[in-house]
Design a protein around this ligand. Structure first.
Ligand code: ATP
Length: 387
């Protein structure tokens, strides 16, 4: 079993490189431990994961604001937040400025602090009533002692975080709301997550409750995301408060924090999607991405590359689909079998082939990635077929 799972990791790493999802950083110079680059399909997949998160965690709600704060901040921010003592050697030191004006500070280890530090700005600008939340997607840096397991533990990674500000008595209710939102998000992107109630001894000292969402990675079960009730710890550290206009009193809001790592999510999505089967007597590998995050929604092929009438019809269909659907690819390389194999490996749900019959009856072949089944569809109905 352990052997098989180890192989799975190797297979994913090799597919990720071969097909342009993830490359080792600085590869031509021997790589650099803890750093990775996303290639064409990986970068699109990552973008799709982030925009779905933003849709579900921000735009589908009415109580959320978005922010995008700086990675490097005044050193006082990290002192006040307890980061220097919390993350210790694990934060990257950096120098800002030159000569006598040089300031030593650190790269942020989580996106959360930018949100807390801007709390007053958000309140002054938008005058939100409690509860409300602020969301941020951005890079975080930790000088991990042993970066490992592909993109699971990196030194530079990305987070999608929400700080949700509440009245203290409401914490259980909103903890539950966010637990459910995270669990639904996992399902929507095809991940089976396990919820783990973190015991008091293992929680950060300021957290009254934490749930880790864990995933069975090929190397074993590990943390995917965290959900924490951070009490009033952060706002108090920064001496920030809020006037509750309903009762005309100053108070310090409490915080529920759903924190999701983008890279771990992408790894879990790839591991969950990875499939091998026999199709038409041939072994194949495919990534069974949910349509909503697949890097390419459909690929359009002319059956033969050297028949101008097929190529121009295929280009016409391709342009038509591109108008309304995300990421449609045109492919006329190699033979049709090779194109299917390539699209299977990048997880494209549909392949659309234009052949000689198309020129007669305006129908195309649509092949379903998961079953390999093909059917004829009228061009006028094609969009609904793959939407
Ligand atoms: P771990 O215990 O695995 O080190 P953590 O508890 O320190 O993780 P948090 O501080 O809760 O992680 O960070 C929130 C999220 O950021 C994690 O759930 C994870 O998805 C992601 N994350 C944290 N550290 C890394 C890392 N080194 N590489 C990639 N993602 C990370």
């Amino acid at each position: 079993m352990a052997q098989k799972e180890e192989n799975l990791m190797e297979k994913i790493v090799s597919l990720a490189k071969r097909r342009g999802f993830v490359y080792p950083s600085s590869e031509i110079y021997g790589g650099f431990a803890g750093f990775w680059n996303y290639g064409h399909y990986g970068a699109i997949l990552k973008e799709n994961i982030k925009s779905l998160w933003k849709q579900r965690f921000v735009f589908d709600r009415e109580d959320m604001f978005v922010t995008d704060t700086s990675i490097i901040s005044n050193p006082k921010v990290l002192e006040a937040s307890g980061h220097v003592s919390n993350f210790g050697n694990e934060i990257f030191k950096t120098q800002v400025g030159t000569g006598e004006d040089t300031v030593t500070t650190h790269l942020r280890a989580e996106t959360a602090q930018g949100i807390f530090v801007d709390f007053k700005n958000v309140v002054d600008t938008h005058h939100p009533k409690l509860p409300f939340g602020v969301a941020q997607i951005g890079k975080a840096f930790r000088n991990e002692i042993s970066p490992r397991d592909f993109i699971f533990r990196q030194r530079e990674f990305e987070q999608m975080e929400v700080e949700y500000f509440i009245k203290p008595n409401d914490w259980e209710k909103y903890f539950e709301t966010w637990r459910e939102a995270m669990s639904n998000f996992a399902k929507e992107i095809g991940i089976h997550a396990h919820e783990f109630e973190v015991p008091e001894d293992d929680r950060a000292h300021y957290s009254k409750r934490t749930i880790d969402f864990q995933f069975d990675y090929p190397f074993g079960r590990g943390e995917l995301w965290g959900l924490a009730y951070r009490t009033d710890f952060d706002l108090k550290n920064h001496n920030l408060d809020y006037i509750d206009e309903e009762v005309g009193e100053r108070m310090v809001p409490h915080v529920i924090e759903p924190s999701l790592g983008v890279d771990r999510t992408l790894l879990a999505v790839m591991a969950s999607a990875y499939q091998e089967d026999d199709l038409g007597g041939e072994k194949r590998v495919y990534l069974k991405f949910p349509k909503i995050i697949a890097p390419i929604r459909a690929a359009v092929f002319p059956l033969l590359k050297n028949k101008p009438e097929l190529v121009s019809k295929a280009r016409e269909v391709y342009s038509m689909l591109k108008k309304d659907l995300p990421n449609i690819e045109f492919d006329d390389n190699g033979n049709i079998g090779k194109r299917y194999r390539r699209q299977d490996e990048i997880g494209t749900p549909y392949c659309v082939t234009i052949d000689f019959d198309t020129l007669e009856d305006n129908t195309v072949t649509v092949r379903d990635r998961d079953s390999g089944e093909q059917k004829r569809v009228k061009i006028e109905n094609l969009k609904e077929e793959i939407v």
